[in-house]
Design a protein around this ligand. Structure first.
Ligand code: DHE
Length: 552
């Protein structure tokens, strides 16, 4: 259609107006059963994360066929049938500056698939089937019992500097030695693998796929391999292990996008122990029941045996006490919707991980949970701290600012700034829970920021930038001088940074050019580019030491 991003926005506004006028649905060609199955898979792979499994919308707008949905007030748009085939195809092809990827232009979906998806979202969404303990037990596979696994670490501790790299569209995880930069193994983990988290000891990687399949990789093998598999969701994004004293490596938790539940399993065998529904979690503000309540990010406390889980649509945070994993106890805290990603506050001198910060991205804000006092931290008249448009911290970044003391950083999908908030109520009460600085960036479209206690740099990506070429650049902000500089890493989209254990190298994924770039954090020079044939669509990278210790 040759529309610019701004023109697409104008068209969206026009269609919104048309919706309000009660525009009538347009004719479209429904899908055959075979096409419907293919489209359903593509939807779960590419779309449901932002638009919701039932298509009520969350980070992205609603994609329900009818206009005007009772209760979906937070959600713009709706009414795909009124928008019609041509408009939806144009959106799929070109994306939008608000964060919709250009699936066509980026050659992720071809013309046939775009046509299919545009027809799919005009049909009623399919029902989400249940997945209870019975099915979870059937899906569980213990490949190597604990007693038959290696008794000692053959690497002499070197595995703590291994990286697990998501090879997104290969459904694999590469294990790379951060010391030698050599590949140790490429492990089959399952379709559309999303993230990894290290167990408390670092020995195990928990790997969660978008299809809800969980794999447990044991790094104590010379060639690391999957020793157990499980599945407690049809669709999932988050996982973590148990990190509290006395519970190290004992349990794991998976948060499901669908069904609306979380599951606790044995941390070393993945045997399912319990599944708890969150479907009854009502909108924190209106008290209305919701059609969809997905579990977004999860972190593990090292202070108490509990996980912090964030319910996207309802805006509640549950502290899940796993002392009795078959009957977990929940402390429920209201925050704001839609909760997505976040991380711990930590800085030198902070004794324990007490505060957890999570983005309520529909409210353009960050919410602070005091996990020790088990309540939302009061930050002003609104429940959470207003940042820029669509904050997306990943796990965020913690550092000590020369002027404001300890701060937590997030970048944004829809605004060209990094927002810093003060996080030290004891040492710097005047800055605590306030935006202390907004660092300008050359573009919006950022997903991740990263730093390390041994570095004075803050790295930021811009993979969703709509400016030509910028999605292949990374920004490096010098914390001491306040200067930002940009490095052209790749001609194509790059994403996600991760430090090595010592904090002197930064690894960046060349998502589309199938490469992993390793930069020297001091000189900012490229040290190594890994682009052997096994590097296919790398995205998230997780250093064992940093992941197990929540260093970011
Ligand atoms: Fe992610 C973290 C959800 C798309 C790479 N992503 C998360 C978390 C959630 C989430 C809830 C926090 C997990 C936690 O901390 O427990 N991601 C979603 C989506 O719903 C979304 C928007 C769309 C989808 O359909 O999945 C989505 N994510 C992506 C991508 O397209 C990314 C860029 C590439 C990929 O491989 O899928 C991507 N997400 C990541 C990464 C993290 C992540 C690398 C972990 C960041 C970290 O440093 O911890």
């Amino acid at each position: 259609f040759g529309l610019t991003a701004e023109e697409i926005d104008q068209v969206i506004e026009y269609f919104k107006w048309q919706d309000q006028q009660g525009a009538t649905a347009q004719a479209f060609e429904p899908l055959s059963d075979k096409e419907f199955t293919e489209a359903k898979e593509i939807y779960f792979d590419r779309c449901s994360g932002c638009h919701g499994a039932k298509r009520w919308g969350a980070t992205g707008p609603s994609l329900l066929p009818a206009t005007h949905i009772a209760d979906a007030k937070e959600v713009e748009g709706g009414g795909t049938r009124a928008k019609g085939q041509e408009f939806i195809e144009a959106m799929l092809e070109n994306g939008s500056p608000k964060g919709m990827p250009a699936w066509g232009k980026e050659k992720i979906l071809d013309a046939r698939q775009i046509n299919l998806m545009a027809r799919y979202v005009q049909m009623d969404p399919p029902e989400v089937p249940k997945l209870g303990m019975e099915e979870a037990k059937k899906e569980w596979e213990l490949i190597v019992p604990v007693a038959d696994r290696p008794k000692s670490d053959p690497t002499g501790g070197q595995f703590l500097n291994y990286f697990g790299v998501v090879l997104r569209d290969a459904g694999k995880v590469a294990i790379i030695d951060g010391t030698t930069h050599k590949k140790i193994a490429v492990v089959d983990t399952g379709k559309a693998v999303h993230i990894l988290r290290s167990s408390h000891s670092g020995r195990y990687f928990y790997v969660i796929g978008r299809d809800g399949r969980l794999a447990l990789i044991d790094l104590w093998y010379k060639e690391p391999k999957v020793v157990a598999r499980g599945r407690t969701c049809w669709d999932a994004r988050s996982v973590d292990g148990s990190k509290a004293h006395g519970y190290e490596d004992k349990y794991a938790i998976v948060g499901c996008y669908t069904p609306f539940q979380y599951a606790i399993m044995d941390g070393q065998t993945l045997e399912p122990l319990s599944i708890t529904s969150v479907a009854d979690s009502k909108d924190w503000k209106t008290g209305n029941a919701l059609p969809e309540v997905r579990v977004a990010s999860i972190v593990a406390s090292d202070h108490e045996p509990l996980w912090v889980i964030n319910l996207k649509e309802s805006g509640w945070v549950y502290l899940v006490d796993y002392r009795n994993p078959k009957q977990p106890k929940e402390t429920r805290i209201t925050a704001d919707n839609f909760l997505h990603d976040g991380g711990w506050v930590s800085f030198p001198g902070s004794k324990e991980k007490r505060y957890f910060i999570v983005a309520a991205n529909a409210k353009n804000s960050l919410c602070v949970i005091d996990v020790v006092a088990k309540k939302l931290v009061k930050v002003g008249a609104k429940p959470c701290i207003e940042t820029g448009n669509r904050p997306h911290p990943g796990r965020g970044a913690n550092f000590v600012h020369p002027k404001f003391g300890p701060v937590y950083a997030t970048s944004h999908i829809s605004e060209e700034v990094i927002t810093l908030i003060g996080v030290d109520p004891a040492g710097h009460p005047q800055h605590a829970w306030k935006v202390v600085e907004k660092i300008p960036m050359k573009s919006a479209g950022s997903l991740f920021v990263k730093t390390h206690p041994n570095s004075r740099n803050l790295w930021v990506d811009m993979p969703l930038s709509s400016q030509a070429g910028v999605n292949g650049e990374v920004g490096v902000y010098n914390i001491d001088t306040g200067k930002m500089q940009y490095i052209k890493v790749s001609p194509d989209r790059i994403v996600h940074m991760e430090y090595n254990k010592d904090g002197n190298e930064v690894w960046i994924s060349g998502w589309l050019d199938n490469s992993i770039y390793i930069y020297d954090d001091k000189t900012l020079k490229l040290k190594k580019k890994i682009s052997e044939s096994w590097v296919f669509t790398p995205t998230g990278k997780f250093n064992v030491y940093n992941s197990k210790n929540d260093i970011y």
